[in-house]
Design a protein around this ligand. Structure first.
Ligand code: NDP
Ligand code: ZN
Length: 177
């Protein structure tokens, strides 16, 4: 049943992220982010595909916790694990290389992974817009927006509402998109 599997994903992500905090000055619990990404997809994006919402809830478990893709496969199946894999950076690579690869790979992602990526970027840019993380200069925030705009370029043609919301943020900061 769809509701049960979604609650299972939220619970799984909450356990995996339990000791993590976001980078905002309030140090918001990390789980607010994947739940917020899933909410952007249902509420603003009009997305009802359960696999996309599952992947959104799980999207940072492999990249940011000790969770493995095999674990995701075991609990949520190959397809959801495949989407999570598509949206996870390879943490064995240097950071700048990971950021470059996100730009390079965006356009070849599946439509389901593109949706998760669009909502993830929208959530993070809104976060940065309302609160600069401790230790971040204005220049670093601007660089993040510029990088995000390059990733989003490869994700376009997927969801008009989410893309328009992202464009509003880019426009506000005079970022070329
Ligand atoms: P980071 O990767 O360090 O941080 C951004 C990531 O942190 C997001 O993608 C998000 O990932 C997560 N995150 C957690 N909390 C927040 C929050 N409150 N708001 C937004 N994101 C949050 O950033 P970068 O290394 O990309 O730094 C941005 C730019 O600054 C880069 O382009 C780089 O060139 C430059 N830079 C500058 C430095 C400097 O000191 N001047 C040092 C390093 C980079 P998730 O969705 O996975 O949670
Ligand atoms: Zn994320």
């Amino acid at each position: 049943m769809v509701m049960e599997v979604l609650i299972k994903c939220a619970n799984f992500a909450a356990i995996k992220h339990k000791d993590q905090r976001r980078k905002d000055t309030d140090k918001t619990p990390y789980i607010n982010h994947p739940i917020g990404v899933a909410y952007i997809l249902t509420e603003e994006g009009g997305i009802a595909d359960p696999e996309v919402i599952q992947a959104a809830l799980l999207h940072d478990t492999v990249e940011d916790t000790e969770c493995t893709l095999d674990e995701i496969k075991e609990h949520f199946g190959d397809h959801v694990a495949g989407i999570v894999d598509e949206v996870s950076d390879d943490k064995t690579l240097p950071k700048m290389e990971r950021k470059r690869l996100q730009i390079e790979h965006a356009s070849s992602c599946s439509p389901q992974a593109k949706l998760v990526k669009l909502a993830d970027k929208l959530y993070n840019l809104r976060d940065l817009n309302c609160c600069t993380p401790e230790g971040w200069s204005e220049e670093r925030v601007t660089e993040y927006f510029e990088w995000a705009a390059k990733v989003v370029k490869g994700l376009r043609g997927t969801n008009k509402t989410l893309e328009n919301e992202l464009d509003k943020l880019f426009r506000k900061r005079n970022i070329r998109f």
